[in-house]
Design a protein around this ligand. Structure first.
Ligand code: 13P
Length: 263
């Protein structure tokens, strides 16, 4: 599979924003705007990652109105069921028809001290629940002082893929921690360099075919005015958007990047 055959994915990670009523209003407006603009969802896939408490409302809306918008959880438990107060099973997310689940977001790695082993266990748990894991990797500014840019993300990805079999459907998001919420994104060149290393890691850990079909997203201060630069990179197949995914005009504009691209 080549770059041209991988369907780009524009994903909005809402983090801890929007209650379920705001979620419904946002998804309705997004679907209306993209529908009005005749967006081809088979050409560029759209997904949102709301807080857990919004997912049932998003599911009801998406199914009632047959909206071509995918959704997923922002995290999941390493366990399927049991005495784990406050945790959410991948099975519950699957029951709400989630397609995806984010694992290993840097805010979980650093604020909740999730190790590479935990991220590997969450990747496995997502796959066991038949969810597509969206595995986040990325280096901090401190990591950059000590290592070359791809070293930490490549290691994190190797760790996450330990229990993954060739042919498995998963998505990788390269999110340099220093670029998240900073307004200072990586350059397309920086992102492409790391993305190409990550694709090689998939080939080495799994096989060439899996590496060729896997979508690698860039995340970190993605905005309507910089998305095109990232989407021109041969190893970047979409974006994981934080701040700009909360503004429906900005997010719809990012989804419609082909309309403002001069290729
Ligand atoms: P920002 O787009 O706000 O930089 O967030 C990126 C991110 O963390 C998405 O998961």
């Amino acid at each position: 599979m080549t770059e041209a055959q991988r369907t780009p994915l524009i994903a909005g990670n809402w983090k801890m924003n929007f209650d379920h009523l705001q979620a419904i209003a946002f998804v309705q407006k997004l679907a209306w705007m993209l529908g009005d603009a005749k967006h081809d969802f088979d050409d560029v896939e759209v997904a949102v990652f709301p807080p857990f408490t919004d997912l049932r409302s998003v599911q009801t809306l998406v199914q009632a109105d047959k909206l071509p918008i995918a959704y997923g959880g922002q995290d999941l438990s390493t366990h399927a069921l049991g005495a784990y107060t406050g945790e959410i099973s991948g099975r519950f997310l699957k029951k709400l028809d989630c397609t995806y689940c984010i694992v290993g977001h840097s805010e979980r790695r650093y604020r909740h001290v999730e190790s590479d082993e935990t991220v590997a266990a969450k990747t496995k748990a997502a796959l066991e629940a038949e969810l597509v894991p969206l595995i986040c990797v990325g280096e901090t500014a401190k990591d950059l002082e000590r290592h070359e840019p791809s070293a930490v993300p490549a290691n994190q990805l190797r760790g996450a893929l330990l229990d993954v079999k060739p042919g498995t459907d998963f998505v990788v998001a390269y999110e340099p921690v220093w670029a998240i919420g900073s307004g200072a994104p990586a350059t397309p060149e920086q992102a492409q360099n790391v993305a190409s290393v990550l694709r090689r890691v998939i080939a080495q850990s799994l096989d060439e075919e899996t590496a060729a079909k896997t979508r690698i997203l860039y995340g970190g201060s993605v905005k309507p005015d910089n998305i095109v630069g990232f989407m021109k990179c041969p190893d970047i197949d979409g974006a994981l958007v934080g701040t700009a995914s909360l503004d429906v005009d900005a997010f719809a504009s990012i989804v419609r990047y082909k309309k403002h691209a001069t290729y």
